[in-house]
Design a binder for this molecule. Structure first.
Ligand code: SF4
Length: 512
């Protein structure tokens, strides 16, 4: 936030002790937002990208719809930028921040380059703790394994804490088809489930929704007052509707933020304690864990725990950092270790370090494209900068447009707690997609023409010399037409009177 302007009304939180002031004016942020909406809005929530099978996702089209909803776009941009600012304040409070990042990166790179050993160690120790360990090659395998476990126990309802891995596996849809009811225990994820939408952010799944959107969803699904968008009322109503389902559930499911090889244990970080409900209320606990979540030793955990919440939400620690060692008395615990393309990604020279990701979302919060287009515009499980790298590894054609949804400003790499060179990998994907002939014809033709022009200095100078005249005299449609996506939101500036080349010739060139 700049210019001392008041943030979006959704973010007003007058009693927040962390309030900061600029030029005598308070900058409100989302952390303690708990006031009823001052001015309600009836703007409809823009929906995400249209997905048509294997056809390339048109992120720009979905983003245009998001931008056309100014209340949503402004709130989203400011809410996420606020998280970025909080993250910065936390970072400045830790003198050894860069050392922590370097350490986290080194631990992850070491683990990933010895992944087979650490996975075996984890499996051996987890089994010794009394946990059943299963291996899933892909999403279908994962869903089938979990379904088999539930069927063996006669389970018909499953409470589940937030897990991007299960989103990746299309788990909820699979279970719905199998007649098993899945109930999300994370508030944001539950909102998304009730609205039949995917999460739009890896940490704050419903961040793109205004309170009025949530009021509308709850009114439609759990019978609340549609005109009441007070967050206390909404949260309490959701709790009252969800808690009986949680207490009656046959099985519980969590993901894991980290799996520790030396102990065979795993750790789940939440701010609502909902993973603890999922894990501890029913007697059957199933944990779905991506194979890249393994770290070698318990002492390494401290490095990641210090980085995770600070990077994600700008808070020093998550409210709950829960360690799970084995089944509780009379209970049963299953771990499903899921590959789903990770081994293949590990073999990609330019992209394997994306497996270091700890899903903190900091790269999303800082990304100007993500902030202004909303996570659902990407039409993929993973959105924002990290999504641009991960998604094409699942399907290069379907997600071929995504690596172009970046300014390559490098801010994502700068905030990444595990030092992934995100913007360089996005750029590498662009090259790769051109090699794989997965770029649109118009983009390819434009780049080819630009390449020709730039590699022939005389032609380039002639083009520049006539640009001013052309801009002034050519019919507008020649420049601003359907083929020129760039021109949809921008005006071409008038070229300067003198080019750098001619200035250099007159001032610094060799005098004859
Ligand atoms: S790529 Fe880095 S910044 Fe982005 S979610 Fe992963 S760990 Fe966080």
């Amino acid at each position: 936030m700049s210019n001392g302007k008041v943030l979006h009304p959704e973010l007003l939180a007058p009693d927040d002790r962390d309030s900061i002031y600029r030029r005598g004016r308070r900058l409100d942020h989302a952390g303690g937002a708990s006031q009823p909406l001052r001015a309600s809005t009836l703007e409809k929530q823009p929906r995400g990208a249209k997905v048509h099978g294997n056809r390339p996702i048109d992120q720009a089209e979905a983003a245009a719809r998001f931008i056309a909803a100014p209340e949503h776009e402004k709130m989203h941009d400011e809410r996420l930028w606020d998280l970025r600012q909080k993250r910065d304040r936390q970072m400045h409070g830790i003198p050894e921040w860069e050392e922590l990042r370097a350490l986290a990166s080194a631990i992850k790179e070491h683990t990933l380059t010895h992944l087979d050993d650490y996975l075996e160690e984890f499996e051996t120790n987890a089994r010794a703790n009394g946990t059943h360990v299963h291996w899933a090659r892909d999403a279908a395998d994962h869903n089938r394994i979990v379904h088999d476990i539930l069927r063996d126990h006669g389970a018909r309802t499953l409470i589940k804490s937030k897990s991007m891995l299960t989103e990746e596996c299309g788990f909820r849809a699979y279970m719905a088809a199998a007649g098993i009811e899945v109930i999300e225990t994370d508030l944001g994820e539950r909102i998304q489930q009730l609205d039949n939408e995917d999460p739009s952010h890896v940490v704050v799944p419903a961040v793109h929704k205004l309170r009025t959107d949530v009021a509308e969803v709850f009114a439609r699904t759990i019978g609340t007052d549609p005109d009441n968008s007070d967050v206390h009322y909404l949260a309490e109503s959701e709790r009252e509707s969800n808690r009986p389902l949680i207490l009656a559930a046959d099985a519980g499911m969590t993901g894991a933020n980290f799996a520790v090889a030396e102990t065979g244990t795993f750790v789940v970080c939440t701010n609502e304690g909902n993973a603890d409900l999922s894990a501890n209320v029913p007697k059957l606990h199933i944990a779905s864990i991506g194979i890249e979540k393994v770290i070698p030793h318990l002492e390494h955990l401290a490095v990641f725990v210090r980085l995770l919440s600070r990077s994600a939400l700008g808070s020093p620690i998550t409210q709950y950092t829960s360690h799970f060692r084995g089944p509780r008395e009379g209970g049963e615990m299953h771990i499903v270790l899921v590959d789903n393309g990770r081994s293949e990604r590990l073999g990609l020279e330019e992209f394997w370090t994306s497996l270091k990701c700890i899903r903190c979302g900091a790269c999303m919060n800082t990304c100007p494209v993500y902030r202004r287009s909303g996570g659902l515009s990407y039409g993929a499980t993973y959105s924002g900068p990290i999504g641009l790298i991960i998604d094409p590894t699942f399907n290069a054609r379907k997600y071929s447009n995504l690596p172009f949804s970046s300014t390559l400003n490098g801010s994502c790499s700068n905030v990444c707690p595990v030092k992934i060179n995100i913007h360089e990998q996005i750029y590498a994907w662009r090259r790769e997609l051109v090699k794989q002939h997965e770029t649109p014809f118009v983009k390819k033709a434009a780049m080819k023409a630009a390449g020709e022009l730039l590699s022939h200095p005389a032609a380039y100078r002639a083009a520049i010399a006539t640009a001013d005249f052309a801009l002034a005299h050519l019919p507008r449609f020649v420049i601003y037409n359907g083929l020129n996506a760039w021109g949809k939101h921008r005006e071409v500036p008038h070229p300067p009177k003198q080019t750098f080349h001619s200035w250099h010739q007159s001032n610094r060139g060799e005098k004859t």
